[in-house]
Design a protein around this ligand. Structure first.
Ligand code: SAM
Length: 263
């Protein structure tokens, strides 16, 4: 089948399956099997697609996240390996990294902890964009630790990656950053199948972890990603724990997404 026909067929099939962005996903899948970029798909309209395309389309029709089907996903300047061992890195988390970089500006060789690193997205981006940072990435899930290590190796980025729990925050850092699980168990059933049926539940569901990390942490700077409607509560918790200069930053959709402070 030619790429142009496959695009139309895939768009139709994905729309039938309830995928939110069927045309964009069809373009990503076609681009992937042709070894081109999404913007290169138009120029490749007459090329024949390899058989592999059918299997990938079927996976996406089963509402497997596009990032798992493709096996990689862009995050800031990096392309990260992605699979069900860890959460798909989200665009809003890029703002978390932006905030860390802003807070670390002018600080030579800071020690940074990314707590709950998942694929390694935050720690690896900081290491990429601030090579003098001494970054450590920790996760409680052995699969996530393995994936983060694979990403560090592929990208040749120097980050210490280890399995561990929240108490690592107490080891003494210049900056602790975390995007902890923050979805309440009540919300679970309302999530998209891509999340509910494919992403690791332990990476998503959690309550009170921002406060717990902030209480445990021995750090000058702390940066959190928060869920919709959680920013004011987390900011108040930071204030009551003695943090100052508390700042709330919105993501690109305008939702308050990052809360940070210092002490
Ligand atoms: C929302 S995901 C964030 C993943 C990645 N940092 C990102 O932003 O894409 C939360 C991560 O925290 C990890 N995690 C959950 N509880 C933890 C704990 N008590 N100690 C360490 N990591 C934990 C999960 O395994 C998961 O990888």
């Amino acid at each position: 089948m030619k790429a142009a026909d496959a695009l139309n067929l895939a768009e139709e099939r994905l729309a039938e399956a309830g995928v939110d962005t069927p045309r964009a996903d069809a373009e990503f899948l076609v681009a992937h099997v042709l070894g081109t970029s999404r913007s290169g798909v138009h120029a490749a309209r007459d090329r024949e697609l390899p058989d592999e395309f059918g299997a990938l389309l079927e996976r996406r029709r089963n509402r497997e996240p596009l990032a798992y089907v493709l096996g990689e996903w862009g995050f800031r300047r990096l392309v990260l390996k992605t699979d069900p061992r860890a959460l798909v890195p989200r665009p809003e988390t890029e703002v978390v990294v932006e905030r860390c970089l802003a807070l670390l500006r002018g600080e030579p060789g800071p020690r940074v902890l990314d707590l709950g690193t998942g694929s390694g997205a935050i720690a690896l981006s900081i290491a990429d964009e601030r090579p003098d940072v001494r970054a450590t990435a920790v996760d409680a899930a052995p699969g996530a630790v393995a994936l983060a290590r694979e990403n560090a190796e592929r990208l040749e980025l120097d980050v210490e990656i280890r399995e561990g729990d929240l108490d690592v925050a107490a080891e003494g850092w210049d900056l602790v950053v975390s995007n902890p699980p923050y979805v309440s168990p009540d919300e679970w059933d309302s999530l998209q199948p891509e999340i509910r049926e494919w992403e690791p539940r332990d990476a998503l569901v959690g309550e009170g972890l921002h406060e717990e990390i902030a209480r445990l942490a021995s750090t000058r700077l702390i940066v959190f990603e928060v869920g919709d409607g959680q920013a004011d509560h987390v900011a108040d918790a930071l204030a009551s724990l003695g943090y100052a200069d508390i700042t709330i930053t919105p993501d690109l959709t305008g939702e308050d997404r990052v809360v940070d402070g210092r002490r």
